[in-house]
Design a protein. Sequence first.
Length: 358
Amino acid sequence: MSSMPTYRNTVLLAICLLIGMSGCKNAKSNDHDPGSIDTSLSVVPTSSDTMMASPSDLPVAKDDKTSDNVSTIDPATQPNQTPSPSKSKGASNVSTSTSSTVKPVATTTINPKPTTTETKQGDFVIEEKAEPIKPVPGTVKDTPKNVKPNHDAFHSLLSKYVSANGAVNYKAWKKNMASLNDYITAMSDIDVNTLKGNEKMAYCLNVYNANTIKLVLDHYPVKSIQNIAGGKPWDERIVKSGSSYFSLNEWENGVIRKMGESRIHFALNCAAKSCPPLQNQAFSTANVTAKMQSLTSQFINGPANSISADKLVISKIFDWYKADFGDSVVEYLNKYVTLPIKSSAKITYQDYDWSLNE
């Protein structure tokens, strides 16, 4: 009986040796580190190759333009900035959260076209294309240019194509209308309402005469200005000044005559033989008063009228515009004639010759 414990001990030792040999075999076939013997044992490998790092141990990727210090942007002070995806390496595996919500900012599209308007509704901008502005009779949408009138070009043209007695060489002028068109365009950019005094008077007279000449040239050859526009050429809105269009009638009666100067009737030319002759010089701020005075005297004492103390055979102009010559035509004529006319003188108005003044 005394040998039984020894026998049992021997058997247990043999079993332990067998178990130990089996464990060695398992250790040789295991992929873990040598310290890992049996997976059934609750042993956690400590190798640096297999250990998971905590988020605080992860290296932080840095952008070349980012400093080591982290700055925080307050969304309240940057309302128009929205967060953009980071371009740093490894940033795609990092998620960030914030307690503030950034609202999308509406984008306004700038349209340079004047016929396009934009209406903002909430966070959206709606473009609305307006209908093209239709021309309104008497006005245009151009903005008048603040420039001073220069009549040098018109003066050169009158000197070239108009004789000393007022005959116009329309045939030759027709071949070179570009300069006249350029002058009229330059004058059309000026708003008559920005002018005053003699500058305004010279501008108005030259604009009337230039547009009358152009009207004839545009339809030349014609025998009379009355052959244009169905006999109503003075009702065509061909005069542009600043942002408005005028007919020759509107320009004369609504602009020039409103200036209260009767002598304008002998400075304006209607392209007819019975009209006061077109002078071969342009009016200017400096010469307009003297020119109107001499033209009035020349016309009254010229072949267009027959004047004596008792009898007057005078131009139809004195009848058409009677109100502009004061209470009495006789009194008006007496300012310019050498032989006084009696107040009882008989007045007859001549027929008007509308033949072209060429």
